[in-house]
Design a binder for this molecule. Sequence first.
Ligand code: GAL
Length: 638
Amino acid sequence: MNRTLGCCYYPEHWPEEVWAEDARRMVEAGLTWVRIGEFAWSRLEPEPGRLDWGWLDRAIDILGAAGLRVVLGTPTATPPRWMLTRHPDMLAVDAEGRPRRFGSRRHYCFSHPGYIEECRRIVTLLADRYGRHPHLAAWQTDNEYGCHDTVLSYSDAAREAFRDWLRARYPGGGNDGDIAALNAAWGNVFWSMEYGDFDEIDLPNLTVTEPNPAHALAFRRFASDRVAAFNRAQVEIIRARSDAPIVHNYMGRETAFDHFALGADLDIASWDSYPLGFLEDRAGASAERQLRYMRQGDPDFQAFHHDLYRAVGRGRWWVMEQQPGPVNWAPYNPAPLPGMVRLWTWEAFAHGAEAVLYFRWRQAPFAQEQMHAGLLRPDSADAPALAEARAVAGELAEAGAVAPVQAPVALIFDYASSWAWEVQPHGAGLSYFGLVLDHYRALRRLGLSVDVLPPDAFLDGYRMVLAPGLILMDEALKDRLAACGAEVLVGPRAACRGPDMGIPLPLPPALPGLDATVTRVESLRPDAPVPLSGGGALTGWREDLAGAAEVVLSDEGGGPVARRSGGLTYMGGWGDAAALARLVRGMAERAGVPVRDLPPGVRVRETGAERFWFNHGPESVDCDIGMLPPAAVVREGL
Ligand code: GAL
């Protein structure tokens, strides 16, 4: 596999006279890909039905003639203003019942039939025109599904579609569904919530107190399905008219829809990586950690998503947008340490990326993202990141191609369990994503390379499998985990709810071969950790674990915290970093997987042919391979 670079470009933002020079400079910097078009609907169709292709024809010709490969975005994330006049009720509605307004982007509801039809129309026109164009090398559908909290919409259109979705989920009585089955599955006898007909069911917002968790989870499943269906409609149209691969650009810490389900319809996964923005905004780092990594980003957050989206893309993935300098949208927006743009780029390649595209080519002097850096300044002079991109391009030419390889450790990620945690967190601040990231950090601090996997993946060949926090587990997954032959870690909250959020009997986790039963759960105040005997603590969550399986961790009073039978360990709580380090180290020892003790901020990743060392910390550190200055990237051949 060759590793390539590119950038995101908006020809409609600049006079035509500069396009050729821009393209020449992109090629000169060593870029291969240019992504265009994803927000350009108002220029492609200035009035309903009046199409203006001329500028896009010329832009693609100029970029392609310079030697660039074009990724064309469908413009459906930014419906133009006239669209609202045509479909006034197409806006997404927030949980307070307020329609979201025109004036930025993503102002559509995934369930609005009229808008879905408009999207089909514009995508058909685009694919007809450019599907076989020689410079068209890939498609991007829409832009960042879910960005700005747009998956959940409480519109009239969503309510109608939800009722139909429920009829299909609880079938019976022809097309009408079986309302008695729904009432029974949801436990609607509680508080007299029973329905007489599917048309009586509302969306689970604006209820007096919390809605039934079954209702809330069903809505989350429905909303995820709507995003996948919206995307699939575009994919089907493009595939009928083009052989170019189809990609979507996902986000960091976006769990509102099942990316594995949506990704199954696409050829390549990609994501948009903004390490400094994420550190402030969503990596969940402490104030001390944010200060330490303010110019480098969290050492694990990007890597986790690289590994996640490699799985979503079934091995094929890109970074579609890479932060090149300060962004405009986080609480604080510092500049990266010199060398970090290069490090982030190499880190993506170390995790198997095929391409890394920088966002954006030139900083825009107008509108919402004026304060977002590009590879060029607004006056077209080089911004600092351009030299780093150029350096990587030179290094890539030397490095040659690589073949990706299976990691020794698998970490299972399940979107439905994330929704179940959100529906029923039971304690403030507890999130599935946070729990999984804590486990990922524990693995990476020991120098381990990790494959993130969907819950239905084959587990063959892995020596360690971690499946933390899977509230929803079917029997097949339990069986696969118990039989896979690896050292396996599950819990807390494993298999603790059925598909409609009911407590299953026998009591969870009911894992084959493991005599351990959760008899009570409690959430803990953040300032009330439970210290463990031998080091570490539980924070936020703890379970009482009855049974006869061997106790491998206990609290200071001797209460069982983790139990094991054979290779299967159940963890009855949320371990802090020290507790997870103990667990993971023990698993690695039993599995015969070598670990290393890395200095803080240093991470290692192996591709099969290469071992990479990265220093994310702000100071030089001494490690096995010698002295690593800040932002160092060392690539060893294996
Ligand atoms: C991404 C988005 C881009 C741009 C960028 C700014 O989320 O896809 O269009 O807004 O953020 O950092």
